[in-house]
Write a protein that binds this ligand. Structure first.
Ligand code: AMP
Ligand code: GLY
Length: 423
C-alpha cells in the first residue's frame, strides 16, 4: 500500500514509524514531514493547509491511503479535497472536524447526543462573560471557541486573569470546573462502527507537579493501571457511539480518529474536549503498543469497512513518552539549536526506545536543529511502566539541546501504583 501522511510533528512521525513496521506498506510519503520522518518516508514540501495541492500530490504519487494528521488541515477541508479526488482518506471532513474546531459546536453536539460534559455558556460579549464567570464561580474555566493548539484554555482561581482571557477571545466558552484525573481515549471510526484504542494519559502542564501553563502536552503513558477496567466500554457506550451517531444523523458523518479528552470526576465521566485527530503525545505511546498493523485499520476506516475488521491486538507491556521542549516553550520557543545524542540513543537504547521528532529540521550543514516548541518525543517500551519510564529517562539523559526542558515526573505516580494527582 502506498501511503501519504499529511503533517510534520511527532504524531506524524509516530504514524510513519508504525507504517514502516507494517509489511503491507510498500511506499511511505509525508508532506511536509520533518528531519526525523525523512529517515523512513519521502518528504514533500507541500503546504498542508492547501487541499488542492495535497490532492494533486496524492494523485501524482498514486497514494492508496492519505492520512491527515493535524487538526488545522482537517478544519480547513483538506480531507474533503482528497476525498473529492476519489482517494481513500483517513480524517474527517471540515464539517465533522468542527467537533474540534469549535468548542461551542462540540457542546451543541454533546447536548443533542446526551453526552456528559461540563455545563457551559457560550459568550460573545464581556458582559455575558462576566455573568457566566459569576454564575460558575472559581476555579474559572475559560476557553477560546476556535482552534488554539492546546493553548486557548485558561483554568484559574484568579477572576482578573479569567476576565482578561475572555476579553482576548472573539467568542468564548465558560464552563463548570471538572475535578478528577484526565484520560485520553481515541477511537477509529468510519462514521458508523467505532473501534476504541487503549486509554492513555497526557501531561498538559509545562512543569513538574502539574504546574505552569498549559502546553500541547509534555509526556504520556499507557496503560493506566489505576483506571477501572470497564472505562473503555463505558466511554464507548456513553460518549463515542452517541457522538458518531449524532454526526451521522446530521448528514456530516465523522470518519477518522475521534479523540475524547475525559475527566473522571466524583460524579462520573465527563468530556473535557473532543479532538478530530490523533492526540500528541498520546499517539506515540498508544501506537507503540498496537500490534495490529496500522495501515489496514486506517484503510478500513477510510473505506467504510470497519465492521468487518478483526479485534485489535495490543502488547502486554507499557509505553512512556517524554517530550523534550525548546527553551522558552510554550510562550516563546527558541529554535535553531543543534540536537545532539540521537546516535547514542540509537546505539544504546534501541529497539526499546525510539525518538520521534516534533519540531526539527536539517540546517545547511546537515545537522539536526530545533524548529519548534516541542522538539522530540522520546518513547520507550517496557514490561511495566517503571521499566518504560526508566528507559525513556535514560535516553532523555543522552540527548543534548541547549536550554531544553522536560518534565521529570511523567508516569511517576502511575508507575508506583498510585492514581494521578487531581489538577
Ligand atoms: P481543552 O483544550 O479543552 O482540552 O483544555 C485544555 C486543558 O484544560 C484540559 O486538558 C484540562 O486540563 C483543562 N480543562 C479544560 N476544561 C476544563 C474543565 N471544565 N475543568 C477543569 N479543567 C479543564
Ligand atoms: N494531547 C493533547 C492534544 O493532542 O491535543
Amino acid at each position: 500500500m502506498r501511503i501519504l501522511v499529511i503533517g510534520g510533528g511527532a504524531r506524524e512521525h509516530a504514524l510513519c514509524h508504525a507504517f514502516s513496521r507494517d509489511p503491507a506498506v510498500t511506499e511511505l510519503h509525508c508532506a511536509p514531514g520533518n528531519a526525523g520522518i525523512a529517515a523512513s518516508a519521502t518528504c514533500h514540501p507541500v503546504d498542508q493547509l492547501d487541499g488542492s495541492a495535497v490532492a494533486e500530490l496524492a494523485l501524482g504519487l498514486g497514494a492508496e491511503l492519505v492520512v491527515v494528521g493535524p487538526e488545522a488541515p482537517l478544519v480547513a477541508g483538506v480531507a474533503d479535497a482528497v476525498r473529492a479526488a476519489g482517494l481513500p482518506v483517513f480524517g474527517p471532513g471540515a464539517e465533522a472536524a468542527r467537533l474540534e474546531g469549535s468548542k461551542a459546536f462540540a457542546k451543541e453536539v454533546m447536548a443533542a447526543a446526551g453526552v456528559p460534559t461540563a455545563r457551559s455558556h457560550v459568550c460573545a460579549t464581556p458582559a455575558e462573560a462576566d455573568a457566566a464567570l459569576d454564575a460558575f464561580g472559581p476555579p474559572y474555566v475559560v476557553k477560546d471557541d476556535g482552534l488554539a493548539a492546546g493553548k486557548g484554555v485558561v483554568v484559574t482561581d484568579d477572576l482578573a486573569e479569567a476576565r482578561a482571557h475572555a476579553r482576548g477571545c472573539e467568542r468564548v466558552v465558560i464552563e463548570e470546573y471538572l475535578d478528577g484525573p484526565e484520560v485520553s481515549l481515541f477511537a477509529v471510526t468510519d462514521g458508523e462502527t467505532v473501534v476504541p484504542l487503549t486509554p492513555a494519559q497526557d501531561f498538559k502542564r509545562a512543569l513538574d507537579g502539574d504546574l505552569g501553563p498549559n502546553t500541547g502536552g509534555m509526556g504520556a503513558y499507557t496503560p493506566l493501571p489505576w483506571a477501572d477496567p470497564g472505562l473503555t466500554d463505558e466511554v464507548l457506550e456513553t460518549v463515542l457511539r452517541p457522538t458518531v451517531a449524532e454526526l451521522r444523523r446530521r448528514g456530516t458523518p465523522f470518519s477518522g480518529l475521534l479523540y475524547a479528552g475525559l475527566a473522571l470526576t466524583s460524579r462520573g465521566v465527563r468530556v473535557v474536549e473532543f479532538n478530530a485527530r490523533f492526540g500528541d503525545p498520546e499517539t506515540q505511546v498508544v501506537l507503540a503498543r498496537l500490534e495490529t498493523p496500522l495501515a489496514g485499520l486506517l484503510l478500513a476506516a477510510a473505506t467504510g469497512e470497519l465492521a468487518a475488521f478483526p479485534p485489535l491486538s495490543w502488547s502486554d507491556g507499557a509505553a512512556v513518552t517524554v517530550v523534550i521542549a525548546a527553551d522558552g516553550y510554550p510562550a516563546a520557543p527558541r529554535t535553531g539549536d543543534p540536537v545532539e545524542g540521537l546516535e547514542a540513543v540509537a546505539a544504546e537504547d534501541a529497539p526499546a526506545v525510539h525518538v520521534l521528532h516534533a519540531g526539527t529540521r536539517r540546517d545547511e550543514e546537515g545537522r539536526i536543529v530545533s524548529a519548534g516548541g516541542r522538539v522530540l518525543s522520546v518513547t520507550a517500551l517496557g514490561v511495566d511502566l517503571a521499566e518504560a519510564r526508566d528507559r525513556a529517562y535514560r535516553a532523555v539523559g543522552r540527548i543534548g539541546l541547549a536550554g531544553s526542558q522536560h518534565r521529570t515526573d511523567i508516569a511517576e505516580r502511575a508507575a508506583s501504583d498510585q492514581s494521578p494527582t487531581i489538577e
